[in-house]
Design a protein around this ligand. Structure first.
Ligand code: PGA
Length: 253
């Protein structure tokens, strides 16, 4: 059975003390709210990873927001998958649209980041999504298919099973414009069909596909009720302990 996950993405927010204080609140609140088959993950800036891992007490998984494709070396300012793993983190975002847009990350690069993350036993949360132009000009199925083919489908079945997917329409990220539950379900079903065509039905049934993009406590329940939506990747609302916990709770209601 596929896993349900609510993952927060703090992006470039919260200094060290702010991060500790928000995370402590989240751990305490989420401890009582999450159900047995559900995971909660917080993807934080690198400076937080080690401390949050120690505070997480097995309640919350910790993820980074990026990792380098090479093992180590002369890459000033970068952080490797091995380093991330050594902090106690378990997950890493790969290919968030802000990385694709502002740091020119291509699917080919993301394909190798995914391999390196898996080699170090990190769970990649691989993000795909179309821009507003691509949504409006009708090319979005093609865009998503290319992101899957070039970024992920080089993996063999065993490795692919270790990946979590996130569908994040770029036009919905941080804009307050959420995809409707029907729009999101339509894309999630499309993604699952592509996975089935490549890896077969058992793998596609087991793959967790999260929705992200202006997900909040008022729309999460309807989104998560869709049959191919297995949770959310939460940006803005993960910076407020009450909102984030309320989203986690929607799985139990
Ligand atoms: P948002 O961000 O919830 O603030 O729209 C989601 C994301 O970028 O992962």
């Amino acid at each position: 059975m596929r896993k349900k996950i609510v993952a927060g993405n703090w992006k470039m927010n919260l200094d060290y003390n702010e991060g500790i204080s928000l995370f402590s609140e989240i751990v305490n609140m989420v401890r009582d709210e999450r159900s047995g088959d559900q995971s909660v993950v917080i993807c934080a800036p690198f400076i937080h990873l080690n401390s949050l891992s120690q505070l997480a007490a097995g309640v919350i998984g910790i993820g980074a927001q990026n990792s380098h494709q090479q093992e180590s070396g002369a890459f000033t300012g970068e952080v490797s998958a091995k380093m991330i793993k050594s902090t106690g983190a378990t997950h890493v975002l790969v290919g968030h649209s802000e990385r694709r847009q502002y740091f020119a990350e291509t699917d080919q690069l993301l394909a190798s980041k995914t391999v390196t993350a898996l080699q170090h036993n990190l769970t990649p949360i691989f993000c795909i999504g179309e821009t507003l132009d691509e949504r409006n000009n009708g090319s979005y199925y093609q865009v998503l298919e290319t992101q899957l083919n070039d970024g992920l489908f080089h993996l063999d079945e065993a490795d692919f099973r270790r990946v979590v997917l996130a569908y994040e329409p770029v036009w919905a990220i941080g804009t307050g414009l959420t995809a409707t539950p029907e729009q999101a379900q339509d894309i999630h079903a499309f993604i699952r069909a592509k996975i089935e065509a490549k890896y077969g039905m058992a793998v596609s049934d087991d793959t967790t596909i999260l929705y992200g993009g202006s997900c909040n406590p008022s729309n999460a329940a309807q989104l998560f009720a869709q049959k191919d939506i297995d949770g959310g990747l939460i940006g803005g609302a993960s910076l407020k302990s009450r909102d984030f916990t309320d989203i986690v709770k929607t799985f139990n209601s």
